[in-house]
Ligand binder design. Structure first.
Ligand code: AHR
Length: 500
Protein backbone atom coordinates (compact mmCIF):
# COMPACT_ATOMS: atom_id res chain seq x y z
CA UNK A 1 0.00 0.00 0.00
CA UNK A 2 1.20 3.52 -0.75
CA UNK A 3 0.47 6.81 1.02
CA UNK A 4 1.14 9.72 -1.32
CA UNK A 5 1.72 13.09 0.34
CA UNK A 6 2.11 16.30 -1.62
CA UNK A 7 3.94 18.94 0.40
CA UNK A 8 3.28 21.47 -2.33
CA UNK A 9 -0.49 21.14 -2.07
CA UNK A 10 -1.81 22.54 1.18
CA UNK A 11 -5.51 22.16 1.89
CA UNK A 12 -5.81 24.77 4.65
CA UNK A 13 -4.84 25.32 8.26
CA UNK A 14 -6.01 22.77 10.81
CA UNK A 15 -7.78 24.87 13.40
CA UNK A 16 -6.50 23.67 16.80
CA UNK A 17 -10.14 23.76 17.97
CA UNK A 18 -10.72 20.55 15.99
CA UNK A 19 -9.07 18.93 19.02
CA UNK A 20 -11.65 20.40 21.42
CA UNK A 21 -13.61 18.79 24.25
CA UNK A 22 -17.09 18.81 25.71
CA UNK A 23 -18.02 18.46 29.37
CA UNK A 24 -21.61 18.44 30.58
CA UNK A 25 -23.33 18.26 33.95
CA UNK A 26 -23.92 14.59 33.33
CA UNK A 27 -23.10 11.69 35.63
CA UNK A 28 -19.55 11.97 36.97
CA UNK A 29 -18.31 14.17 34.14
CA UNK A 30 -17.97 17.39 36.10
CA UNK A 31 -18.51 16.33 39.72
CA UNK A 32 -15.85 13.76 40.72
CA UNK A 33 -14.26 13.78 37.25
CA UNK A 34 -13.11 17.38 37.10
CA UNK A 35 -14.40 19.03 40.23
CA UNK A 36 -14.13 17.57 43.72
CA UNK A 37 -14.49 20.74 45.81
CA UNK A 38 -11.84 22.50 47.86
CA UNK A 39 -12.36 20.30 50.94
CA UNK A 40 -11.71 17.03 49.09
CA UNK A 41 -8.78 14.76 50.02
CA UNK A 42 -8.05 14.50 46.33
CA UNK A 43 -5.37 17.11 45.57
CA UNK A 44 -7.07 20.06 43.89
CA UNK A 45 -6.76 23.70 42.95
CA UNK A 46 -9.87 25.67 43.85
CA UNK A 47 -11.77 22.36 43.85
CA UNK A 48 -10.47 21.22 40.44
CA UNK A 49 -8.53 17.92 40.37
CA UNK A 50 -4.80 18.42 39.88
CA UNK A 51 -4.18 14.95 38.39
CA UNK A 52 -6.83 15.41 35.69
CA UNK A 53 -5.71 18.95 34.86
CA UNK A 54 -2.10 17.81 34.56
CA UNK A 55 -3.04 15.02 32.16
CA UNK A 56 -5.28 17.30 30.11
CA UNK A 57 -2.64 20.01 29.86
CA UNK A 58 -0.44 17.49 28.11
CA UNK A 59 -3.07 17.25 25.36
CA UNK A 60 -2.97 21.02 24.69
CA UNK A 61 -6.76 21.20 24.99
CA UNK A 62 -7.71 24.12 22.74
CA UNK A 63 -11.35 24.69 23.76
CA UNK A 64 -13.92 23.36 26.21
CA UNK A 65 -17.69 23.38 25.72
CA UNK A 66 -19.98 23.63 28.79
CA UNK A 67 -22.56 23.22 30.51
CA UNK A 68 -24.35 20.87 28.05
CA UNK A 69 -25.74 19.14 25.97
CA UNK A 70 -29.34 18.60 26.93
CA UNK A 71 -28.52 20.01 30.36
CA UNK A 72 -27.79 23.44 28.84
CA UNK A 73 -31.43 24.02 27.93
CA UNK A 74 -32.50 23.72 31.55
CA UNK A 75 -29.51 25.47 33.09
CA UNK A 76 -30.12 28.83 34.74
CA UNK A 77 -26.74 30.42 35.22
CA UNK A 78 -27.78 32.67 38.10
CA UNK A 79 -28.30 29.56 40.24
CA UNK A 80 -24.59 28.76 39.86
CA UNK A 81 -22.93 31.94 41.15
CA UNK A 82 -22.37 33.52 44.57
CA UNK A 83 -21.77 31.79 47.92
CA UNK A 84 -22.02 28.03 47.44
CA UNK A 85 -24.23 27.40 50.44
CA UNK A 86 -26.83 29.77 49.03
CA UNK A 87 -26.87 28.33 45.51
CA UNK A 88 -30.22 26.97 44.42
CA UNK A 89 -30.41 23.24 43.88
CA UNK A 90 -32.15 21.67 40.90
CA UNK A 91 -32.99 18.24 39.57
CA UNK A 92 -30.97 17.15 36.57
CA UNK A 93 -33.98 15.81 34.67
CA UNK A 94 -31.92 15.01 31.57
CA UNK A 95 -29.39 12.81 33.32
CA UNK A 96 -30.41 10.42 36.07
CA UNK A 97 -32.78 12.73 37.99
CA UNK A 98 -30.02 13.51 40.49
CA UNK A 99 -29.80 16.71 42.53
CA UNK A 100 -27.52 19.30 41.03
CA UNK A 101 -26.22 21.60 43.76
CA UNK A 102 -24.77 24.13 41.33
CA UNK A 103 -21.44 24.18 43.15
CA UNK A 104 -19.75 24.16 39.75
CA UNK A 105 -20.92 27.28 37.95
CA UNK A 106 -19.58 30.05 35.75
CA UNK A 107 -16.66 31.04 38.02
CA UNK A 108 -15.56 27.42 38.41
CA UNK A 109 -15.80 26.75 34.67
CA UNK A 110 -13.73 29.83 33.87
CA UNK A 111 -11.14 28.74 36.46
CA UNK A 112 -10.98 25.29 34.89
CA UNK A 113 -10.36 26.84 31.46
CA UNK A 114 -7.66 29.04 32.97
CA UNK A 115 -5.95 25.99 34.46
CA UNK A 116 -6.20 24.14 31.16
CA UNK A 117 -5.12 27.21 29.20
CA UNK A 118 -8.01 26.72 26.77
CA UNK A 119 -10.70 28.79 25.05
CA UNK A 120 -14.21 29.01 26.46
CA UNK A 121 -17.31 27.76 24.69
CA UNK A 122 -20.56 28.48 26.58
CA UNK A 123 -23.76 26.80 25.47
CA UNK A 124 -26.73 29.09 26.17
CA UNK A 125 -30.21 28.06 27.30
CA UNK A 126 -32.78 28.53 24.56
CA UNK A 127 -35.16 25.74 25.64
CA UNK A 128 -36.26 27.20 28.99
CA UNK A 129 -34.40 30.50 29.09
CA UNK A 130 -35.21 33.98 27.84
CA UNK A 131 -33.22 36.38 25.67
CA UNK A 132 -32.85 38.51 28.84
CA UNK A 133 -31.28 35.63 30.77
CA UNK A 134 -28.92 34.85 27.88
CA UNK A 135 -27.96 38.45 27.36
CA UNK A 136 -27.35 39.01 31.08
CA UNK A 137 -25.11 35.96 31.25
CA UNK A 138 -22.96 37.41 28.49
CA UNK A 139 -22.93 40.78 30.32
CA UNK A 140 -21.98 39.05 33.58
CA UNK A 141 -19.05 37.24 32.00
CA UNK A 142 -17.72 39.85 29.63
CA UNK A 143 -19.12 43.22 30.72
CA UNK A 144 -16.65 46.08 31.19
CA UNK A 145 -17.20 49.43 32.91
CA UNK A 146 -20.12 49.66 35.29
CA UNK A 147 -23.31 47.70 34.69
CA UNK A 148 -25.58 45.68 36.98
CA UNK A 149 -24.21 42.31 35.88
CA UNK A 150 -20.61 43.51 35.83
CA UNK A 151 -20.94 44.82 39.37
CA UNK A 152 -22.47 41.54 40.48
CA UNK A 153 -19.54 39.62 39.00
CA UNK A 154 -17.16 41.86 40.91
CA UNK A 155 -19.09 41.32 44.15
CA UNK A 156 -18.62 37.60 43.53
CA UNK A 157 -14.88 38.05 43.42
CA UNK A 158 -14.02 38.52 39.77
CA UNK A 159 -12.88 42.00 38.86
CA UNK A 160 -11.76 41.52 35.26
CA UNK A 161 -14.14 40.34 32.54
CA UNK A 162 -13.53 36.87 31.19
CA UNK A 163 -13.11 36.10 27.54
CA UNK A 164 -15.97 34.13 26.08
CA UNK A 165 -14.73 32.78 22.80
CA UNK A 166 -17.88 30.99 21.63
CA UNK A 167 -21.53 31.13 22.61
CA UNK A 168 -24.21 28.76 21.29
CA UNK A 169 -27.93 29.51 21.09
CA UNK A 170 -29.40 26.25 22.37
CA UNK A 171 -28.43 22.61 21.90
CA UNK A 172 -30.11 19.96 19.75
CA UNK A 173 -33.15 22.23 19.50
CA UNK A 174 -34.75 19.62 17.20
CA UNK A 175 -34.65 17.16 20.15
CA UNK A 176 -33.93 17.56 23.87
CA UNK A 177 -33.53 21.32 23.41
CA UNK A 178 -37.23 21.89 22.67
CA UNK A 179 -38.38 19.58 19.86
CA UNK A 180 -38.50 22.55 17.54
CA UNK A 181 -39.03 22.57 13.82
CA UNK A 182 -36.24 24.13 11.78
CA UNK A 183 -38.14 27.28 10.77
CA UNK A 184 -39.19 27.99 14.36
CA UNK A 185 -35.65 27.48 15.65
CA UNK A 186 -34.24 29.69 12.89
CA UNK A 187 -36.50 32.58 13.95
CA UNK A 188 -35.51 32.10 17.59
CA UNK A 189 -31.85 31.98 16.59
CA UNK A 190 -32.19 35.30 14.75
CA UNK A 191 -33.93 36.78 17.79
CA UNK A 192 -31.68 35.50 20.61
CA UNK A 193 -28.34 35.98 18.89
CA UNK A 194 -29.12 39.72 18.62
CA UNK A 195 -28.70 40.05 22.36
CA UNK A 196 -25.33 38.34 22.58
CA UNK A 197 -23.54 41.67 22.87
CA UNK A 198 -19.87 42.35 22.36
CA UNK A 199 -18.55 44.33 25.31
CA UNK A 200 -15.04 43.99 23.95
CA UNK A 201 -15.33 44.78 20.24
CA UNK A 202 -11.71 43.70 19.71
CA UNK A 203 -12.63 40.18 20.81
CA UNK A 204 -16.09 39.53 19.39
CA UNK A 205 -17.84 36.42 20.68
CA UNK A 206 -18.29 33.85 17.93
CA UNK A 207 -21.93 32.78 17.67
CA UNK A 208 -22.96 29.19 17.20
CA UNK A 209 -26.23 28.03 15.66
CA UNK A 210 -27.72 24.57 16.20
CA UNK A 211 -27.21 22.34 13.18
CA UNK A 212 -28.31 18.82 12.32
CA UNK A 213 -28.06 15.59 14.26
CA UNK A 214 -29.09 13.20 11.49
CA UNK A 215 -27.45 12.19 8.24
CA UNK A 216 -29.97 14.34 6.29
CA UNK A 217 -29.50 18.02 5.46
CA UNK A 218 -33.10 19.34 5.66
CA UNK A 219 -32.41 21.12 8.96
CA UNK A 220 -29.24 22.72 7.59
CA UNK A 221 -31.03 23.95 4.46
CA UNK A 222 -34.00 25.38 6.32
CA UNK A 223 -31.99 27.11 9.03
CA UNK A 224 -29.57 28.60 6.51
CA UNK A 225 -32.31 29.81 4.20
CA UNK A 226 -33.94 31.62 7.13
CA UNK A 227 -30.72 33.00 8.59
CA UNK A 228 -28.09 33.39 5.92
CA UNK A 229 -29.03 36.89 4.78
CA UNK A 230 -28.44 38.01 8.39
CA UNK A 231 -24.77 37.10 8.07
CA UNK A 232 -24.49 39.41 5.09
CA UNK A 233 -25.86 42.54 6.69
CA UNK A 234 -24.64 42.13 10.28
CA UNK A 235 -21.88 44.45 11.48
CA UNK A 236 -20.70 41.90 13.97
CA UNK A 237 -21.09 38.17 13.50
CA UNK A 238 -24.57 36.78 13.12
CA UNK A 239 -23.70 33.15 12.71
CA UNK A 240 -20.09 32.03 12.82
CA UNK A 241 -20.60 28.28 13.26
CA UNK A 242 -23.23 25.67 12.55
CA UNK A 243 -23.09 22.56 14.73
CA UNK A 244 -23.22 18.93 13.70
CA UNK A 245 -23.67 16.04 16.14
CA UNK A 246 -22.61 12.55 15.15
CA UNK A 247 -22.42 9.49 17.39
CA UNK A 248 -21.44 5.91 16.59
CA UNK A 249 -24.11 3.56 17.98
CA UNK A 250 -22.74 0.20 16.78
CA UNK A 251 -26.13 -1.58 16.73
CA UNK A 252 -28.49 1.42 16.75
CA UNK A 253 -30.14 3.34 19.59
CA UNK A 254 -32.13 0.62 21.40
CA UNK A 255 -29.32 -1.83 22.08
CA UNK A 256 -26.12 -0.03 21.29
CA UNK A 257 -23.70 -2.85 22.06
CA UNK A 258 -21.12 -3.41 24.80
CA UNK A 259 -18.18 -1.09 25.35
CA UNK A 260 -15.62 -3.88 25.89
CA UNK A 261 -17.12 -7.25 24.97
CA UNK A 262 -18.00 -6.27 21.41
CA UNK A 263 -18.10 -8.87 18.66
CA UNK A 264 -15.86 -8.81 15.60
CA UNK A 265 -18.89 -7.77 13.55
CA UNK A 266 -19.48 -4.85 15.91
CA UNK A 267 -15.86 -3.80 15.38
CA UNK A 268 -16.49 -3.45 11.64
CA UNK A 269 -19.91 -1.85 12.15
CA UNK A 270 -18.46 0.71 14.56
CA UNK A 271 -15.61 1.75 12.31
CA UNK A 272 -17.81 1.70 9.22
CA UNK A 273 -20.20 4.07 11.01
CA UNK A 274 -17.35 6.21 12.30
CA UNK A 275 -16.04 6.64 8.74
CA UNK A 276 -19.52 7.59 7.53
CA UNK A 277 -19.14 10.95 9.26
CA UNK A 278 -17.16 12.01 6.19
CA UNK A 279 -20.27 11.58 4.02
CA UNK A 280 -22.34 13.60 6.49
CA UNK A 281 -19.71 16.34 6.54
CA UNK A 282 -19.59 16.39 2.73
CA UNK A 283 -23.37 16.70 2.48
CA UNK A 284 -23.43 19.64 4.88
CA UNK A 285 -20.41 21.24 3.22
CA UNK A 286 -22.29 21.10 -0.10
CA UNK A 287 -25.26 22.97 1.42
CA UNK A 288 -22.96 25.50 3.05
CA UNK A 289 -21.07 25.97 -0.23
CA UNK A 290 -24.38 26.87 -1.91
CA UNK A 291 -25.41 29.44 0.67
CA UNK A 292 -22.03 30.62 1.78
CA UNK A 293 -19.38 30.26 -0.93
CA UNK A 294 -17.17 32.76 0.93
CA UNK A 295 -16.91 30.37 3.85
CA UNK A 296 -18.10 32.73 6.60
CA UNK A 297 -19.89 29.95 8.47
CA UNK A 298 -17.80 27.06 9.76
CA UNK A 299 -18.90 23.60 10.82
CA UNK A 300 -18.53 22.78 14.50
CA UNK A 301 -18.85 19.08 15.27
CA UNK A 302 -19.34 19.73 18.95
CA UNK A 303 -20.46 16.22 19.88
CA UNK A 304 -18.91 13.10 18.40
CA UNK A 305 -17.71 9.67 19.50
CA UNK A 306 -18.76 6.12 20.32
CA UNK A 307 -21.85 5.53 22.47
CA UNK A 308 -22.40 2.06 24.01
CA UNK A 309 -24.40 0.43 26.80
CA UNK A 310 -23.34 1.77 30.20
CA UNK A 311 -20.99 -0.27 32.36
CA UNK A 312 -23.00 -2.86 34.30
CA UNK A 313 -24.03 -1.69 37.77
CA UNK A 314 -23.72 2.01 36.96
CA UNK A 315 -26.56 4.54 36.73
CA UNK A 316 -27.99 4.29 33.18
CA UNK A 317 -28.41 8.08 33.16
CA UNK A 318 -24.69 8.61 33.77
CA UNK A 319 -23.44 7.22 30.42
CA UNK A 320 -20.28 5.74 31.91
CA UNK A 321 -18.45 3.39 29.52
CA UNK A 322 -14.99 1.85 29.17
CA UNK A 323 -12.70 2.64 26.27
CA UNK A 324 -10.75 0.14 24.13
CA UNK A 325 -8.65 0.06 20.96
CA UNK A 326 -11.94 0.39 19.07
CA UNK A 327 -12.33 3.86 20.60
CA UNK A 328 -8.74 4.71 19.72
CA UNK A 329 -9.56 3.95 16.08
CA UNK A 330 -12.89 5.79 16.13
CA UNK A 331 -10.90 8.78 17.38
CA UNK A 332 -8.03 8.50 14.89
CA UNK A 333 -10.23 7.96 11.83
CA UNK A 334 -12.55 10.83 12.83
CA UNK A 335 -9.63 13.19 13.47
CA UNK A 336 -8.07 12.25 10.08
CA UNK A 337 -11.39 13.19 8.47
CA UNK A 338 -11.67 16.48 10.37
CA UNK A 339 -8.10 17.33 9.35
CA UNK A 340 -8.90 16.68 5.70
CA UNK A 341 -12.02 18.87 5.90
CA UNK A 342 -10.26 21.64 7.80
CA UNK A 343 -11.45 24.32 5.40
CA UNK A 344 -15.02 24.10 6.65
CA UNK A 345 -14.64 22.06 9.86
CA UNK A 346 -13.12 24.56 12.28
CA UNK A 347 -14.10 23.02 15.60
CA UNK A 348 -14.93 19.59 17.04
CA UNK A 349 -15.53 18.58 20.65
CA UNK A 350 -15.29 14.96 21.68
CA UNK A 351 -18.19 13.73 23.85
CA UNK A 352 -17.15 13.84 26.56
CA UNK A 353 -13.96 14.84 28.36
CA UNK A 354 -14.10 12.76 31.59
CA UNK A 355 -16.24 9.77 32.74
CA UNK A 356 -18.97 10.19 30.11
CA UNK A 357 -19.19 8.35 26.74
CA UNK A 358 -15.90 8.30 24.77
CA UNK A 359 -13.80 10.01 27.42
CA UNK A 360 -10.11 10.75 27.38
CA UNK A 361 -9.93 10.25 31.15
CA UNK A 362 -11.80 8.02 33.60
CA UNK A 363 -11.72 8.41 37.36
CA UNK A 364 -12.59 6.24 40.35
CA UNK A 365 -12.27 8.07 43.65
CA UNK A 366 -8.68 9.35 43.78
CA UNK A 367 -7.59 7.07 40.90
CA UNK A 368 -7.43 8.10 37.27
CA UNK A 369 -6.72 6.35 33.96
CA UNK A 370 -5.82 7.74 30.58
CA UNK A 371 -7.92 5.97 27.97
CA UNK A 372 -6.83 4.78 24.50
CA UNK A 373 -8.67 7.85 23.15
CA UNK A 374 -6.43 10.02 25.34
CA UNK A 375 -3.33 8.61 23.70
CA UNK A 376 -4.68 9.25 20.22
CA UNK A 377 -5.31 12.90 21.11
CA UNK A 378 -1.78 12.98 22.47
CA UNK A 379 -0.33 11.69 19.18
CA UNK A 380 -2.49 13.98 17.08
CA UNK A 381 -1.78 17.21 18.94
CA UNK A 382 1.06 17.92 16.50
CA UNK A 383 -1.56 18.55 13.81
CA UNK A 384 -2.97 21.51 15.74
CA UNK A 385 -2.41 24.72 13.77
CA UNK A 386 -0.47 22.91 11.01
CA UNK A 387 -1.20 23.04 7.26
CA UNK A 388 -3.11 20.01 6.05
CA UNK A 389 -1.28 18.36 3.15
CA UNK A 390 -3.03 16.70 0.26
CA UNK A 391 -2.62 12.95 0.73
CA UNK A 392 -4.21 9.77 -0.55
CA UNK A 393 -3.84 6.01 -0.25
CA UNK A 394 -3.49 3.61 -3.13
CA UNK A 395 -3.69 -0.15 -3.02
CA UNK A 396 -5.87 -0.11 0.10
CA UNK A 397 -7.69 -3.32 0.89
CA UNK A 398 -11.24 -3.59 2.26
CA UNK A 399 -11.93 -5.85 5.21
CA UNK A 400 -15.03 -7.06 7.09
CA UNK A 401 -18.50 -8.46 6.35
CA UNK A 402 -20.24 -7.34 3.15
CA UNK A 403 -22.40 -4.50 4.47
CA UNK A 404 -19.83 -3.25 7.00
CA UNK A 405 -16.64 -3.27 4.95
CA UNK A 406 -13.92 -0.86 6.04
CA UNK A 407 -10.59 0.13 4.50
CA UNK A 408 -7.56 -1.27 6.30
CA UNK A 409 -5.85 2.09 6.59
CA UNK A 410 -6.78 5.69 7.42
CA UNK A 411 -4.26 8.54 7.36
CA UNK A 412 -3.72 12.29 7.29
CA UNK A 413 -0.66 14.52 7.00
CA UNK A 414 0.21 18.07 7.91
CA UNK A 415 3.19 20.39 8.01
CA UNK A 416 4.28 23.04 10.48
CA UNK A 417 7.64 24.84 10.69
CA UNK A 418 9.09 22.52 8.06
CA UNK A 419 8.19 19.34 9.97
CA UNK A 420 5.70 16.89 8.46
CA UNK A 421 3.40 14.96 10.80
CA UNK A 422 1.80 11.80 9.45
CA UNK A 423 -0.80 9.87 11.40
CA UNK A 424 -1.87 6.46 10.12
CA UNK A 425 -4.15 3.80 11.58
CA UNK A 426 -4.48 0.14 10.78
CA UNK A 427 -8.16 -0.81 11.17
CA UNK A 428 -7.56 -4.48 10.52
CA UNK A 429 -8.36 -6.86 13.35
CA UNK A 430 -5.61 -9.28 12.40
CA UNK A 431 -3.37 -8.15 9.54
CA UNK A 432 -0.18 -6.11 9.72
CA UNK A 433 -0.09 -3.70 6.76
CA UNK A 434 3.06 -2.44 5.02
CA UNK A 435 2.77 1.17 3.78
CA UNK A 436 5.35 3.10 1.78
CA UNK A 437 5.31 6.88 1.81
CA UNK A 438 5.58 8.68 -1.51
CA UNK A 439 6.47 12.34 -1.06
CA UNK A 440 6.08 13.21 -4.76
CA UNK A 441 9.80 13.32 -5.41
CA UNK A 442 10.88 14.89 -2.12
CA UNK A 443 13.11 13.02 0.28
CA UNK A 444 13.16 12.60 4.03
CA UNK A 445 16.26 13.71 5.91
CA UNK A 446 15.51 12.85 9.53
CA UNK A 447 12.73 11.14 11.43
CA UNK A 448 12.28 13.32 14.51
CA UNK A 449 9.69 11.21 16.30
CA UNK A 450 7.88 7.93 15.74
CA UNK A 451 5.21 6.78 18.21
CA UNK A 452 2.52 4.15 18.32
CA UNK A 453 -0.67 3.48 20.28
CA UNK A 454 -1.71 -0.15 20.36
CA UNK A 455 -2.47 -3.11 22.62
CA UNK A 456 -2.08 -6.89 22.47
CA UNK A 457 -5.85 -7.36 22.14
CA UNK A 458 -8.42 -5.07 20.53
CA UNK A 459 -10.66 -5.32 23.58
CA UNK A 460 -7.89 -4.25 25.94
CA UNK A 461 -8.52 -1.19 28.10
CA UNK A 462 -6.81 0.62 30.94
CA UNK A 463 -8.10 -0.26 34.37
CA UNK A 464 -7.71 1.50 37.72
CA UNK A 465 -4.66 0.55 39.74
CA UNK A 466 -3.36 -1.82 37.02
CA UNK A 467 -0.59 -1.53 34.50
CA UNK A 468 -1.76 0.19 31.31
CA UNK A 469 -2.62 -2.27 28.56
CA UNK A 470 -3.15 0.39 25.92
CA UNK A 471 -0.47 3.01 25.82
CA UNK A 472 1.82 5.12 23.69
CA UNK A 473 5.30 3.84 22.90
CA UNK A 474 8.17 4.46 20.54
CA UNK A 475 7.48 3.02 17.11
CA UNK A 476 10.35 1.16 15.50
CA UNK A 477 8.73 -0.65 12.58
CA UNK A 478 9.89 1.83 9.96
CA UNK A 479 12.78 1.97 7.52
CA UNK A 480 14.35 5.15 6.21
CA UNK A 481 16.47 4.37 3.17
CA UNK A 482 17.65 6.72 0.42
CA UNK A 483 15.32 9.41 1.74
CA UNK A 484 12.27 7.14 1.53
CA UNK A 485 10.21 5.85 4.45
CA UNK A 486 8.23 2.66 4.65
CA UNK A 487 6.39 1.41 7.72
CA UNK A 488 4.64 -1.73 8.88
CA UNK A 489 1.46 -0.95 10.78
CA UNK A 490 0.61 -3.65 13.31
CA UNK A 491 -3.06 -4.71 13.41
CA UNK A 492 -5.38 -2.34 15.32
CA UNK A 493 -2.82 0.39 15.83
CA UNK A 494 -2.35 4.12 15.39
CA UNK A 495 1.06 5.57 14.56
CA UNK A 496 2.48 9.04 14.30
CA UNK A 497 5.65 9.99 12.42
CA UNK A 498 7.29 13.40 12.38
CA UNK A 499 10.03 14.06 9.90
CA UNK A 500 11.74 16.75 7.86
O1 AHR B 1 -23.52 13.81 25.07
C1 AHR B 1 -24.68 13.31 25.61
C2 AHR B 1 -25.92 13.96 25.01
O2 AHR B 1 -26.02 13.61 23.66
C3 AHR B 1 -25.97 15.46 25.00
O3 AHR B 1 -26.43 15.99 26.19
C4 AHR B 1 -26.94 15.75 23.89
O4 AHR B 1 -26.68 16.99 23.27
C5 AHR B 1 -26.77 14.57 22.95
O5 AHR B 1 -27.96 14.03 22.57
Amino acid sequence: MKLTINRNKKLGTINPDIYGHFSEHLGRGIYEGLFVGEDSNIPNTDGIRNDVVEALRDLSVPVLRWPGGCFADEYHWMDGIGPKEKRKKMVNTSWGGVTEDNSFGTHEFMRLCELLGCKTYINGNLGTGSPKEMSEWVEYMTGTGSSPMTEWRKENGREEPWKVDYFAVGNESWGCGGNMRAGYYADLYRHYQTFIRNYDPKNPIKKICVGPGTTETDWTKEVLSACYEGTQRAFHGFMDYLTLHYYVFPNGWTYKGEAVEFTDEEWYKSLNKALYIETVIRKNEAVLDDFDPEGKIALCIDEWGGWYEVEKGTNPGFLYQQNTMRDALIASTSLDIFNRHCKRVQMACIAQMVNVLQSVILTQGPKMVKTPTYYVFHLYKHHQGAEELDSFLTGDVQEGPKEWKIPQVSASASEKDGVVTVTASNLSLTEAVPVSLDLCGETVGTVKQARIVTADQVRDYNDFGKEEKVTEKDFTEYVLEDGKISVTLPPHSVIMLRFC
